[in-house]
Each structure stands twice: as structure tokens, then as C-alpha cells.
Design a protein around this ligand. Structure first.
Ligand code: NI
Length: 395
């Protein structure tokens, strides 16, 4: 049976994949600077005999054709960038790039996709269709590597009918996968606001336009947009995360700057909220006699998993790994540029358990002590190869 052959190969390649992961982990590169990583991925694919090309400067796309390659195309995606975090793990493959760390497991995602590629290539006379391998840059930073890859045509020629991506999940035991149909992760937009008034003596506020008071009113007022205008059944959050203004007790500053994030799981509401935020902020600030500059940096769209693809994926995952290992994942207000793909074609973004309490592997992503239970690599590579060989999604 093909699934057993895939599992055997995943097991056989696991030690080599772990070496690959150590190399990637030790040599992390920041978003859009993944030059060496892309070179490495390209070399690995070419060594395997998989044709590939560079896209979006530091992305790599490979193609594996099985029997009857026109029959269907499925895309498998990995992200490759690291974070500006100083690694605190005491491990032989600790980051050698000071202040840069694979703290979100994108080294693992890249390794897993290289493993799946090798398996699919080995078995290409045993499955039908085409598998497109997408190794993308810049998941951690706007505008999102996915958006650049799409702009350069990664979803055309051949056009995949479905796309799969996984993310390591440090809250899920190794051996388990978790899935969810519909909304999975939120859209994320950044708010930058500058309020300008008239500074002056704190004992004579009547001679000033008090930017601190204006900013305070505005912060409260923005929360009311979220609580009063949004459908309560639709998750959405606005957080003001930075307030900068003033430096002493007896001066009212002439300027206050705010930053924040706005997240949603409904694209219509998302852009309506932008309008409400703009209108309310402008009117409020003007009514208090101050001026405002407001910039909303539009970030990633929400990740929306196609419900019927999610059902197919769960069934296939259960067939491959056993029903008991396929769980439901929770909604998160975090964001992922995988949302750019799911906005274009049916997608399935699932989670791979990497936690191992006995081995003390429990640190969250984006922390300086993040690590994974490496036995998950074999599972991820096998699962991705199985999806790549199996899924014929007609929508
Ligand atoms: Ni990530």
C-alpha cells in the first residue's frame, strides 16, 4: 500500500531530515533575506532530481510530476524565514547568527517539505498528477512572502486546485495533528496614529489643545467601535499597544503617537471597520480641536480553510495516522500569510504537534527557548507526501 511505503520512506529519511533541520536552525535568516536558505533548498531539490526555480528573490518553487501529470495539481507550502530573537537554547545546533532565531519552526516546515518532496519524487510512478512545492520567504513580515509569490504567478501554470500548509504547534503532543474548517486565523492590520495639538503649561490647559486627553478619549472610543458596530458572533479585536507623548509633569505635549493592531475574521467587516476607525478618529480628534494623521497598514487576510477540503484532509489524515491522532484545532487571533493563498484557492492549514512534556519541550513559538520534538518531522513529511499523492479536490 502506498501509505505504508510513504511511512517507511519517511522513517528511513528521518535521520537525514533531522540533520537538514539542524543546518537550517543553525543558519536562520530574517524575512526577505533568505538567500542562503533558498540556495540550500534549491540544492537539495536538484540533488533529488526535482526541477525548481527561484521566485520572489528568496523563494523556491519545485515541480514533481507523477503519472498523468495533467490530471490534477496540488500545492504544498512551507515558509522559510526566522525571527529577530536571540536564541537561549543550549543545543549543538544553536543559531550561529546572533540575534536571529528559527523561533517559529519555519526551519521545521522547510525540512518537512524537503522530506515530502523526496518521498513523492521516489514514488512518482505510483501516484497521479502534479505536486507543486512552494518554499516561500517572508511569512513573519508585511507584505507577506505569500503575496509576492502569488504576484509572480505561483498559483498558475500549472494552477493548483488546492494548497496545504502546516504549522508546528507547541501546545499539541507529538504524534497528533489538528484541523479546522472555516475561519482559523485572523486578518491583521496595523494602526499608526499621530495626534497634534497645542502644547503648553500643564497649569494652564485652557491655553493648550491637550493631546493626552484627546488620545485618551480616542483609545476608549476605538474600543466602542469594536464592541458596538461588530456582529458579536464574529471574532474581532483592536488593541492599542503603544502610547507615546510627553516627558514631564508640568508640560502638556503638542504631539501623542499611538500604535495598535486590528484583527478580524470577516473581510467585509474588516474594511468597514477601517472606515469607521478613520471616521470616528478624525471626527473625535477634530471636535477636540486637534489634528490627526492616521495610517492603517493593511496586513494579511484571514486564513479561511475550505470546509470540504478540510473534511477530505481529515479523512485522509485519519487513514494515514489513525483517527485518534486527528483532532480539532481552535480559532486563533494570530495571523498567517497563508491567508493570501486561501483567498485565491481552496486551502487547508493544519497543525502538527511538536510538544513533548517528558523531554521538556513545551516552549511557545516566538520565545527564545522554542524547540520541537524532532520525531514530529517524520510525521509531517509523511503526512505532506500523503496529501500530495492523494488529494484530488474538485471543490
Ligand atoms: Ni510561523
Amino acid at each position: 500500500m502506498l501509505s505504508n511505503t510513504i511511512k517507511q520512506l519517511a522513517r528511513q529519511y528521518a535521520p537525514d531530515l533531522i540533520r537538514i533541520r539542524h543546518h537550517l536552525h543553525a543558519h536562520p535568516e530574517l524575512s526577505y533575506k533568505e538567500f542562503e536558505t533558498a540556495k540550500f533548498v534549491r540544492k537539495k531539490l536538484e540533488e533529488t532530481g526535482i526541477p525548481c526555480q527561484i521566485m520572489a528573490e528568496t523563494g523556491v518553487v519545485g515541480i514533481i510530476r507523477g503519472n498523468d501529470p495533467e490530471k490534477r495539481t496540488v500545492a504544498l507550502r512551507a515558509d522559510m524565514d526566522a525571527l529577530p530573537i536571540r536564541e537561549e537554547n543550549d543545543i549543538p545546533y544553536r543559531s550561529v547568527h546572533e540575534g536571529v532565531m528559527h523561533a517559529c519552526g519555519h526551519d521545521v516546515h522547510t525540512t518537512i517539505l524537503l522530506g515530502a518532496a523526496r518521498i513523492l519524487h521516489d514514488l512518482k510512478d505510483q501516484w497521479e498528477g502534479t505536486v507543486k512545492l512552494i518554499f516561500q520567504p517572508g511569512e513573519e513580515k508585511n507584505p507577506g512572502g505569500a503575496s509576492l509569490m502569488i504576484k509572480e504567478g505561483v498559483l498558475t501554470d500549472p494552477a493548483p486546485q488546492a494548497i496545504f500548509g502546516l504549522h508546528v504547534h507547541p501546545g499539541l503532543e507529538t504524534g497528533k495533528l489538528s484541523f479546522r474548517g472555516g475561519m482559523v486565523m485572523a486578518s491583521a492590520d496595523e494602526l499608526y496614529i499621530t495626534i497634534r495639538g497645542k502644547g503648553g503649561h500643564a497649569a494652564a490647559p485652557h491655553l493648550t489643545v491637550d493631546t493626552i486627553l484627546v488620545a485618551s478619549q480616542l483609545i476608549v472610543s476605538l474600543q466602542q467601535i469594536i464592541s458596538r458596530n461588530r456582529n458579536p458572533l464574529s471574532p474581532s479585536v483592536l488593541s492599542i499597544t503603544s502610547v507615546q507623548g510627553g516627558h514631564t509633569t508640568n508640560v502638556i505635549p503638542s504631539e501623542v503617537r499611538l500604535m495598535g493592531t486590528f484583527r478580524a475574521m470577516d473581510e467585509q467587516w474588516r474594511f468597514r471597520a477601517h472606515e469607521l476607525i478613520r471616521k470616528q478618529a478624525t471626527e473625535l480628534v477634530h471636535s477636540m480641536g486637534a489634528d490627526i494623521d492616521l495610517h492603517i497598514d493593511v496586513g494579511y487576510p484571514m486564513v479561511y480553510n475550505n470546509e470540504s477540503l478540510d473534511n477530505v484532509a481529515r479523512t485522509e489524515a485519519a487513514a494515514f495516522l489513525g483517527k485518534e491522532n486527528v483532532l480539532e484545532t481552535e480559532i486563533r487571533m494570530g495571523s498567517e500569510d497563508f491567508g493570501y493563498y486561501t483567498r485565491q484557492i481552496p486551502g487547508c492549514f493544519y497543525r502538527l504537534g511538536v510538544m513533548n512534556i517528558d523531554k521538556g519541550i513545551t516552549s511557545g513559538v516566538h520565545t527564545p527557548t522554542f524547540n520541537i520534538d524532532e520525531s514530529a518531522i517524520e510525521i509531517g513529511a509523511g503526512m505532506m507526501a500523503w496529501f500530495g499523492s492523494r488529494i484530488d479536490f474538485k471543490g
